[in-house]
Write a protein that binds this ligand. Structure first.
Ligand code: ADP
Ligand code: ZN
Ligand code: ZN
Length: 815
């Protein structure tokens, strides 16, 4: 009898692979455990066991495995089913899904690079091998695992490396680029010997001559009694009005002690059950969702901005926790988590875990283990799209917040999956429910809700006394004509800003472009500097005095004269966030103005810091790109300005109007979240444009119907499924020839629309030329068999020797 296992290897080849094991290993191995396997000439990978059998492979001689890594499965059967679905639906290999699904610390391979952590004290509890490795790393700084294999003269090095990762002594190279250090918050507590109410009197006696210190201690007791959770230094000083010096004095006297907690992982020993009362509208929404869940899997919660959707989710989550189910809360971008984690931990305390691509590998592995063991500590997981791949045991509910956000779709690398859609499939495997939430649902989702496939629940009003902001349009053509513009600001916008500022209210300004101005243009010959590697103009960044490519990062110092004609008459064209910021400092020199875009939020906590100081009202005016549109909740913003609505509208994309509506409505939604009515000023050359009118009147359904009509006529989703093929090659002519060949074969095979081969707006990136082909599949056509045909054609394309070097990527449901 022969014993074989079938494994998934984290590479782009379509099949699984067969390896030989001994009878004892065969008995020991469970499906879902990892094994280290040799592959190719000298590589080895961490593979996952998907099957056990007795059939030798026909095309190759099965090799033996290096070793078994796990005793117990780290992946569930449902996960493997889900991966298979993703691989088949999004047309990629299961190995690629596996690679994306697992934290990289669980996927060590021969090419993985390891280095020693800085400032680590090597303790004496290391084994000989561990010690040898740490020593080697101190001399070499970084080593491939294959090199470690030869240093230790052993094949089985994974456990040693894994141990050192757990002991926090070594790092994977990828982490070194940006080792994520979660934000630490300073907390304060009484020294243990004073930490009970009956010691209070004694304490006050000790402090009898220090009135301010006495007051602070009293404040501490009051705060502690009322909230029963850790007290931060900031909270205490705000509550008591005491200065930091007094806190320090008490710390020096060893009455108080300071300690630090990670901001988003604060643990609450005793959570006070929150007394949250849903409004009538919220309760009705909650009940409707519960009723819908009795017969449908998915429900869309369409509620205007600040209608209190989050609180409805919280009540729903309570239901599922009571049934001991796990809950997944998906967010489009992890930047938002800080606010949400705060809100959820208030209700659920320790049961909330965050799965964050920026967390260290250790922390990700920790959450992974908690989820597979159904630990209390991760009953609710908050995360961006990759949290979908955690090993849930009994998932009950998935919340997809801001479901319209395009960042739910992964673009590169494969799998190019949409987390919302993949979440619905995952829920199906678990017999779990899904709630999709948004103030501006995607056309597809609203279509599914209208057709009855999903339930639909709506919230039309903001929570409490808050009302939706009033939206005013400013006609830019008219304003320029009447010379009522200062830089890019209309007089109307300046007046409204002046008023808001005099009321001590805050302002958000939205400009959909970063940088100072997109391009530098020669006034003599019209030359605009281009990126030498990409088909785009370079963007001017004033503060660094640079021209930069936003696609590949190429940069040069700003030229003093034209590279084409040497003229020194250069001018900047267009405008971005940086220029707006500059104009603002001239308009409002005494105000604190900050900019939020990819350039200012690159640093470790830059985003959180900006949000925090804006929330604390240290910033008067915040200028930013679409980052500002993301579900943030500020209570003192009375004015939102959109500087130029038109650049979004004319983006060459079938979703341009849908996206413009979503973006403008979401940014507007940041205004007037508390008692006062907010205002929004939209500057545009097209005041009568339908989309702008729909935003102004908050007419989501109008936007939806108009767009749906267009989608039908022009053959786009939800009526047609789109598959985009992207071809890339360094040789322009070869690419052109190959893409025409592929287009013609597709065209011959199908009686459905095949478009292209097109040169996209950016037709060269990093010296590779790009062509795209778009295939539109009508609803009545079988998606599965169409994909099979496409795959067959791609295989024959690959068989043509002169085209083999052309890289092709497949994007199903491109968006
Ligand atoms: P949405 O997610 O729909 O934009 P939020 O859930 O952020 O809205 O709610 C808007 C504001 O109203 C938040 O500050 C939230 O704390 C508050 N809020 C919502 N519902 C309630 C409630 N039932 N009781 C008290 N405050 C609420
Ligand atoms: Zn010139
Ligand atoms: Zn470039």
């Amino acid at each position: 009898m022969h014993y074989f296992i079938e494994v998934i290897i984290p590479i782009a080849l379509p099949q699984t692979f067969t390896y030989k094991v001994s009878e004892a290993e065969f008995e020991f191995i469970q499906l879902g455990v990892r094994v280290a396997v040799p592959f190719g000439k000298s590589k080895f990978y961490t593979a996952l066991v998907a099957e056990k059998h007795h059939n030798p492979p026909t095309l190759y001689e099965a090799k033996e495995i290096h070793q078994i890594i796990d005793e117990k499965p780290i992946v569930t059967p449902i996960q493997i089913e889900h991966w298979k679905w993703i691989a088949s639906y999004y047309m990629c290999s299961i190995g690629e899904v596996y690679r994306t699904a697992l934290p990289s610390a669980l996927l060590l391979e021969s090419e993985t690079i390891i280095s020693a952590k800085k400032e680590v004290v090597v303790t004496d509890d290391l084994s000989d091998d561990e010690y040898l490795l740490v020593e080697a790393l101190q001399q070499q700084t970084a080593l491939k695992i294959s090199e470690i294999t030869s240093i230790l003269n052993k094949k089985k090095v994974f456990p040693i490396i894994q141990q050192l990762l757990v002991k926090n002594i070594i790092l994977l190279q990828e982490e070194m680029v940006e080792e994520y250090k979660p934000k630490l918050v300073r907390y304060i507590r009484l020294f243990p010997e004073f930490n009970s109410a009956d010691r209070l009197e004694e304490l006050l006696t000790i402090l009898k001559s220090a009135q301010k210190q006495k007051d602070l201690v009293l404040s501490y007791f009051q705060l502690n009694a009322s909230q029963r959770r850790p007290i931060s230094v900031k909270e205490l000083t705000e509550y008591s009005g005491a200065s930091p010096a007094i806190v320090k004095a008490l710390v020096d006297k060893e009455i108080f002690e300071e300690y630090y907690l990670q901001h988003d992982r604060v643990s609450f020993d005793e959570v006070k059950e929150s007394q949250l009362q849903l409004s009538e509208a919220q309760s009705e929404a909650l009940q409707s969702i519960q009723t819908i869940f009795a017969e449908k899997e998915v429900c869309l919660l369409h509620g205007v901005t600040a209608s209190g959707k989050t609180e409805v989710y919280i009540k729903l989550i309570e239901d599922f926790l009571a049934q001991e189910k796990q809950v997944l809360y998906l967010l489009p971008e992890i930047a938002l988590t800080t606010q949400l984690v705060g809100r959820l931990t208030k209700h659920f305390g320790n049961k909330v875990a965050v799965f964050h691509s920026k967390y260290s590998n250790n922390e990700r592995v920790e959450v992974w283990n908690q989820v597979i063991n159904s630990s209390e500590k991760a009953q609710i997981v908050i995360g961006a799209r990759s949290a979908l791949f955690l090993p849930f045991q009994n998932l009950g509910l998935i919340v997809v917040d801001e479901e319209h956000e395009q960042t739910f779709k992964q673009v590169d690398p494969a799998p190019r999956y949409h987390a919302r859609d993949a979440a619905i499939v995952l829920a199906n495997f678990h017999k779990a429910k899904v709630v999709l939430g948004s103030a501006t649902p995607s056309i597809e989702t609203y279509f599914n809700a209208q057709s009855g496939k999903y339930g639909l629940v709506e919230l039309y009003e903001r929570f409490g006394n808050a009302v939706l902001p009033e939206i005013k349009l400013v006609d830019l053509k008219d304003s320029y004509f009447r010379k009522k513009m200062t830089g890019h600001f209309s007089q109307t916008l300046i007046d409204e800003m002046t008023e808001a500022l005099s009321n001590k209210e805050q302002i958000i300004l939205f400009q959909n472009r970063r940088g100072y101005s997109p391009v530098i243009e020669c006034m003599t010959c019209g030359h605009i500097p281009q990126c030498p590697q990409c088909d785009v103009s370079l963007t001017y960044h004033k503060f660094k005095n640079q021209l930069r490519c936003h696609y590949c990062g190429y940069s040069i110092a700003k030229p003093t004269n034209c590279h084409a004609c040497s003229s020194i008459d250069l001018t900047s064209k267009g405008f971005g966030t940086e220029q707006i910021e500059l104009e603002l400092t001239e308009l409002f020199p005494t105000k604190n103005i900050k900019r939020m875009d990819q350039d200012t939020t690159r640093g470790k906590y830059a985003f959180e810091k900006l949000i925090d100081s804006f929330k604390n009202r240290e910033i008067d005016i915040l200028v930013g790109t679409q980052m500002l549109a993301k579900g943030l909740d500020f209570d003192n913003v009375s004015l939102v300005g959109i500087l130029n609505a038109d650049s979004m509208l004319y983006f060459p994309d079938f979703r341009a109007f849908e996206r413009s509506y979503q973006m403008m409505t979401q940014v507007s939604g940041r205004a007037g979240r508390s008692d006062k009515k907010g205002k929004v000023i939209i500057q545009t050359y097209n005041t009568m444009h339908n989309t702008i009118q729909q935003v102004t009147t908050n007419d989501y359904v109008g936007m939806y119907q108009e767009q749906l009509y267009e989608r039908k006529i022009y053959k786009y989703p939800p009526y047609f499924k789109l598959i985009k093929l992207t071809l890339k090659h360094k040789d322009y002519d070869k690419l052109k020839e190959g893409s025409i060949w592929l287009y013609q074969v597709l065209k011959q095979q199908f009686d459905i629309p095949v478009l292209g081969p097109e040169e996209p707006p950016v037709s060269k990136i990093r010296n590779e030329y790009i062509r795209t082909i778009l295939i539109k599949i009508p609803q009545e056509k079988s998606l599965g068999s169409t994909k099979k045909t496409i795959q067959k054609i791609l295989n024959s394309f690959d068989a043509v020797s002169q085209y083999r070097a052309i890289k092709i990527t497949i994007n199903v449901d491109v968006n």
